[in-house]
Design a protein around this ligand. Structure first.
Ligand code: ZN
Length: 417
C-alpha cells in the first residue's frame, strides 16, 4: 500500500461530515488535483467523544459510497501508542505511531554506540541537492541525536512490528509523529531520526516532525515565516537524502500536524511542492468541527442556542478542556467575551467571531481556540447536538466543504488556480 503524493487528513469529531469533506476533495479532483482523503481520529478524540475506530471506518466507507469515490482513501489510527493500538488494528489502514513521549528516553548505550559507528560516514557536510542550506554533522552531534531520539525510534519500530504482525507488512501506511513535544526537531536531527527508523526497519511513508514556530490548533502559524521556509525546504532535502541513501520508501513525505488554518504557510509549502516536485500530507480535524458550530450559529433557532450553550460551558471549563491540548493551544483569557455578551449575539456575529477570516475585524482567535477544544461539551450534550446538526445539515455541510476547499485545498495544493 502506497500513499499518493497529495493527501489530506480530514478528521471529523462527530463523524457526520464525511460527505461534505469528500465533496471538497472531489472539487479538487475536478480541477485536476488528485488528493487522497484520510479520515484521522486519535485515541484522545475517541475517548472524549466516546466513539470507536469502527465508527470512523463506517463514516469513510459510507461517504465513499455516497459520493461514488473510486480512488484510494484511508482510515488513520492517529497518534497511537502500544497501550491503545489494539482497538485500531481492524478498522485502520494508516497508522500514526506517536513516539513524542519517548524523546529523551535513554536507549541502551550499546545501541547508541552502534548507531554512531554505523552513521560515522554522515559526519561532515551533507549536501541537500538544490537547497539553500546544507547540513553539517559532527560525530558529537550524531551521538547527541542518538541519545535523544534512539529510544523513541525503537518504540516506533516495536509498534510497527506489532501492527505488521497482525495486518501483514505492506498492508498499511506507516507514519511516525514527533510533533507533540516542546522542542522542534532541526533538519539535521530529522535526517538522523530517519536513519534510525531505516536502520530499525520502519518503512515510514510520512514523518511528522515538530517544526519551529507555533502550530496552535485552529489558528494561523506564529513564528518567523522566512525561517520556516528555509527549514521546510531543508526538511524536503533531508527526505530526498533519506530515500536515496537509507532506502526508505520513495514516496516518503512530510506530514503537517495541526495543519489546518496555517494560511500564512500554505503559499510557502505550495511553492516548495511545485519547485521540488514533492507532496505533503496535511492533517486537519478541529477545523471541521468549528465549521459545524458556524453552520449551527448561522442556522439560528436551536442551532444558535446550542452554539451559545457550548461557548458558555467552554468558558467556565477552560482549564479542563485545554489540558489534553496543553502543547498545542495558547489562549489569552482577557480576549474572550463573557457568556452574557455572546448570548446577545445573532448568528452572523457568532460566525464572524469564530470563522477564520483574518480580514474580518470581528475574528477572535482566542475564542476560536477555546471552541476548538470544546467539542467535549458537544459530545456531552450528545443526541441533542447530533439532532440539531442533522436538522441543519445543508448549511453545516456547505460551510465544511467551503472551508476545506477554499481556505485549505485551493491555497495549499499545486495545480489549482
Ligand atoms: Zn498531531
Amino acid at each position: 500500500m502506497k500513499l499518493e503524493k497529495y493527501s489530506l487528513g480530514v478528521g471529523d469529531r462527530f463523524g457526520c461530515q464525511g460527505i461534505a469533506q469528500l465533496n471538497a476533495i472531489k472539487k479538487a479532483k475536478n480541477k485536476g488535483c488528485h488528493i487522497s482523503p484520510v479520515w484521522n481520529k486519535s485515541h484522545r478524540e475517541h475517548t472524549i467523544v466516546d466513539t470507536t475506530p469502527q465508527d470512523v471506518r463506517a463514516e469513510a466507507d459510507d461517504a465513499v459510497a455516497a459520493c461514488r469515490w473510486e480512488l484510494p482513501y484511508y482510515v488513520d489510527a492517529d497518534h497511537i501508542c502500544r497501550d491503545n493500538v489494539d482497538s485500531f488494528v481492524a478498522a485502520s489502514n494508516f497508522f500514526t505511531l506517536d513516539v513524542a513521549d519517548y524523546i529523551g528516553e535513554p536507549a541502551d548505550q550499546v545501541d547508541i554506540d552502534d548507531f554512531v559507528n554505523h552513521s560515522r560516514d554522515l559526519a561532515g557536510k551533507v549536501e541537500l541537492p538544490g537547497m539553500e542550506r546544507n547540513i553539517e554533522l559532527t560525530e558529537a552531534r550524531i551521538r547527541d541525536a542518538a541519545t535523544k531520539y534512539l529510544g523513541a525510534a525503537s518504540h516506533a519500530a516495536e509498534l510497527y512490528k506489532y501492527i505488521a504482525g497482525q495486518k501483514g507488512a505492506g498492508q498499511f501506511i506507516t507514519e511516525v509523529s514527533m510533533d507533540e513535544t516542546d522542542e522542534p526537531q532541526t533538519p539535521d536531527e530529522l535526517l538522523l531520526i530517519l536513519k534510525m527508523l531505516a536502520d530499525l526497519g520502519v518503512p515510514a511513508q510520512t514523518i511528522a516532525p515538530k517544526f519551529s514556530g507555533s502550530f496552535f490548533k485552529g489558528v494561523d502559524y506564529i513564528g518567523d515565516i522566512d525561517e520556516f521556509r528555509k527549514e521546510f525546504q531543508s526538511d524536503i532535502g533531508v527526505i530526498k537524502v533519506a530515500v536515496n541513501e537509507f532506502g526508505l520508501p520513495e514516496n516518503l513525505k512530510l506530514s503537517i500536524h495541526s495543519g489546518s488554518d496555517k494560511f500564512s504557510l500554505y503559499p510557502i509549502m505550495k511553492e516548495a511542492m511545485e519547485r521540488f516536485d514533492v507532496g505533503v500530507h496535511l492533517k486537519t480535524a478541529g477545523t471541521t468541527w468549528l465549521e459545524e458550530l458556524i453552520g449551527l450559529a448561522l442556522s439560528g433557532g436551536s442551532g444558535l442556542e446550542i452554539a451559545k450553550e457550548i461557548y458558555s460551558q467552554a468558558l467556565s471549563r477552560m482549564g479542563e478542556l485545554c489540558e489534553p491540548y496543553a502543547t498545542v493551544v495558547d489562549i489569552d483569557p482577557d480576549n474572550l467575551p463573557s457568556s452574557e455578551q455572546v448570548n446577545t449575539w445573532d448568528g452572523e456575529i457568532y460566525a464572524n467571531a469564530l470563522r477564520h477570516d483574518q480580514t474580518c475585524d470581528s475574528y477572535n482567535p482566542d475564542l476560536r481556540q477555546l471552541l476548538h477544544v470544546a467539542y467535549k461539551v458537544a459530545a456531552e450534550i450528545g443526541g441533542r447536538y447530533l439532532d440539531t446538526l442533522s436538522g441543519n445539515e445543508l448549511v453545516v455541510g456547505e460551510n465544511v466543504t467551503i472551508n476545506l476547499y477554499e481556505r485549505h485545498i485551493a491555497r495549499l495544493f499545486p495545480k489549482i488556480v
